[in-house]
Design a binder for this molecule. Structure first.
Ligand SMILES: Cc1cc2nc3c(=O)[nH]c(=O)nc-3n(C[C@H](O)[C@H](O)[C@H](O)COP(=O)(O)O)c2cc1C
Ligand code: SF4
Ligand code: FES
Length: 620
């Protein structure tokens, strides 16, 4: 049979002799879906950078992202469909449902499987909940939710549930507790009555000088408390030197496992942070401020929404415009350039540097990026003086440090302590000692990326610069205490699984390296030379800090906990899979994504891949 003119390869495509397609190309917009999208968006702007906000509207309203709505949203926002899909599929809190697939159950329970929760029995809890909660509820794994001191933790819908047990979770679901409860905090009136916003007022009326404020911060030695520790005064000065218009982005992503200090400050004294933020915006003359808050903190979102509105209504922010942006479940968006991408409505892929955000940041403009806690300290330091801050400290170090302590201690929580305190002093003086029945064996001095040290090295002052000689970092000062009951091989594996899940997948050393490392670490005996080679490549060639630091737990376990490496028999995965989902085999199961669902309809092959690699149109 001769080929039809349409498929006849002898006819040149550009000759004009071929028939056009007999049906429209691409996915067509369903008018009903378009009407639904328009009704939800109402008069909201259709700007590109609002894509993630609009996806949240759909996800919250329909409980998922139906393919027909994504097509309609792309049409409504004048975006290519692929752009909408690649963003929607990058973030863990969005559920894409293709045509003909049933939506996920209305309630999702995300069980934290990061280290402090795993120490508190999260794996068993997850397995028990899968059995107890039945088909109407979807139970999935999730990364650290900032409640490590009250482990195990999970989220029921949008409600954070701490000290979780099967019974209290079942009861909470039966009572419909799926929305965040907002804690008591210092409101605008009380904050102002106690002297709050006087400093900002003085700045705005010209009684304070920008240069003078930057100098105070420089003398105080305040360093970025998001983890990298860049001197704050110097950063403000660098941004100020760049041409206007300048912008500001506040990092409230707080995803480092073990860290919950920003949450604490937002939940207790949000205006101290907001005043610091508004002073910073005044100092660098930022015309717009974007506050990026992780989706796991909906109670903080509610606080910030109401308090930012109150601040604006009181006329305290005449010099800048404040935008609140909601993350969507991606640890990598805490890396500042990935955060900027996410604020622009894109996937959180870290940018190559230079140029640095201070030069080319948000929307291409010079941008000041600061962590919530860094800004929280601005008012106190300026009002009380740099000497007040430097007068604190211990063991030769200066300043104050907010430690998030969890794991095997009697009294975990947020501990405001002198910079330079040692882990032993922190545990004994601030945390009531090691938990009953446990013997101190080791600790993470700086969250998942900061490495692991043995108890014999618990007398090192904890501060920026003191841990580097040991191959560790203080980072966001998340201290996780480990005991004789903890297997360091399993601890390191838990941390590597986190990095594997959270790698954005953009560069090969990190994408392939974390997956390979997890596979090697689930073997009865670690292949040390291969792991060391991987460590070298990943730290030398990864684009951002995630890949560069991911192998720290492995390096330190090999150095300090060799006896634990001799014990074989780590389970392929801490969370046993139900029989129906076991087909991935042990090697893949180790990297299986956190969005795995219970129902057969969601038991699709792509869900068995690490989360970020599920993204449509991914790079690398
Ligand atoms: C993988 C990765 C994750 C990060 N996560 C956070 C975070 O959750 N919050 C944060 O403030 N900084 C985080 N940082 C550090 C930021 O990139 C940046 O240094 C910081 O927001 C700057 O503010 P600061 O100088 O006030 O600390 C992360 C860095 C990396 C490499
Ligand atoms: S190092 Fe990892 S997280 Fe960072 S850009 Fe590369 S793949 Fe992404
Ligand atoms: S909330 Fe589970 S480890 Fe942080």
């Amino acid at each position: 049979m001769p080929p039809s003119p349409k498929h006849d390869r002898r006819i040149h495509p550009g000759s004009g002799r071929r028939r056009g397609p007999d049906h429209p190309k691409g996915r067509q917009v369903d008018p009903a879906a378009l009407a639904e999208v328009q009704a939800l968006l109402r008069d909201r702007e259709r700007r590109r950078d609002l894509l993630i906000e609009h996806l949240h509207l759909l996800q919250d309203h329909f409980g998922c992202l139906h393919a027909r709505h994504l097509t309609a949203l792309a049409e409504e926002m004048r975006l290519a469909l692929v752009e909408v899909y690649e963003v929607a599929s990058f973030y863990a809190h969005f559920d894409i449902v293709m045509d003909g697939e049933p939506p996920p159950p209305r309630i999702t329970v995300r069980v934290c499987d990061s280290l402090s929760c795993e120490l508190a029995g999260a794996a068993q809890l997850l397995a028990d909940l899968e059995i107890r909660l039945g088909d109407g509820v979807r139970v999935v794994r999730g990364p650290c939710m900032g409640g490590c001191h009250r482990a195990p933790v999970l989220a029921i819908g949008h409600s954070l549930h701490e000290h979780a047990t099967v019974d209290n979770v079942s009861a909470a679901i039966a009572a419909g507790e799926t929305h965040p409860s907002v804690p008591e905090f210092v409101g605008l009136h009380s904050y102002r009555t106690a002297g709050g916003y006087h400093l900002l007022d003085a700045c705005l009326v010209g009684e304070r000088d920008r240069e003078e404020l930057i100098e105070i911060l420089e003398h105080s030695g305040l360093r970025g408390l998001g983890g990298a520790g860049f001197p704050t005064g110097r950063k403000w000065r660098l941004v100020r030197q760049e041409p206007a218009p300048r912008l500001m982005a506040v990092n409230g992503d707080e995803g480092e496992p073990g860290t919950f200090k920003d949450r604490h400050f937002l939940e207790t004294d949000p205006h101290r942070f907001l005043e610091g933020m508004l002073i910073a915006a005044w100092a660098v003359e930022a015309t717009e401020v974007y506050v990026y808050l992780r989706d796991e903190y909906p109670q903080c979102q509610a606080i910030l929404e109401s308090e930012i509105a109150a601040v604006e209504a009181t006329g305290l922010a005449p010099h800048t415009r404040i935008h609140l942006r909601r993350g969507a479940g991606a640890y990598i968006c805490g890396e500042e350039s990935a955060m900027l991408e996410s604020i622009e409505g894109k996937r959180g892929l870290p940018r190559q540097r230079p140029p640095f955000p201070a030069q080319v940041g948000l929307f291409g403009r010079p941008t000041l990026c600061n962590n919530i806690e860094t800004l929280y300290w601005v008012r106190d330091i300026v009002e009380k003086g740099a000497d007040w801050f430097t007068g604190q400290g211990r063991n030769g170090r200066k300043g104050l440090r907010t430690f998030s302590v969890s794991g095997r201690v009697r009294d975990p929580g947020v501990k405001l302590a002198p910079a330079g305190i040692t882990a032993r002093e922190l545990i004994d003086e601030f945390c009531g000692g090691v938990a009953d029945g446990h013997v101190f064996k080791g600790y993470l001095p700086g969250g998942a990326s900061g490495g692991i040290l043995p108890a014999a090295m618990a007398d090192i002052p904890l501060d920026f610069g003191t841990l580097e000689p040991e191959g560790c970092l203080i980072g966001s000062a998340a201290v996780v205490v480990l005991s004789d009951q903890d297997d360091m091989k399993a601890v390191a594996l838990n941390l590597l699984r986190f990095f594997e899940d959270e790698s954005c997948g953009q560069c090969t050393p990190c994408r392939a390296g974390t997956e390979k490392a997890v596979k090697l670490m689930t073997m009865p005996h670690w292949d040390e030379p291969l792991l060391q080679e991987l460590t070298q490549v990943m730290s030398d060639a990864s684009i951002c800090g995630l890949g560069q630091a991911a192998m720290n737990p492995v390096k330190l376990a090999l150095k300090h906990f060799r006896e634990d490496l001799l014990t074989p028999g780590i389970a392929p995965h801490p969370n046993p899979l139900p029989a129906s989902e076991e087909r991935a085999g042990p090697a893949l199961a180790g990297g299986e994504g956190r969005t795995r669902t219970k129902g057969a309809s969601h038991d699709r092959a792509h869900l068995l891949l690490p989360r970020r690699r599920r993204g449509f149109g991914r790079a690398g």
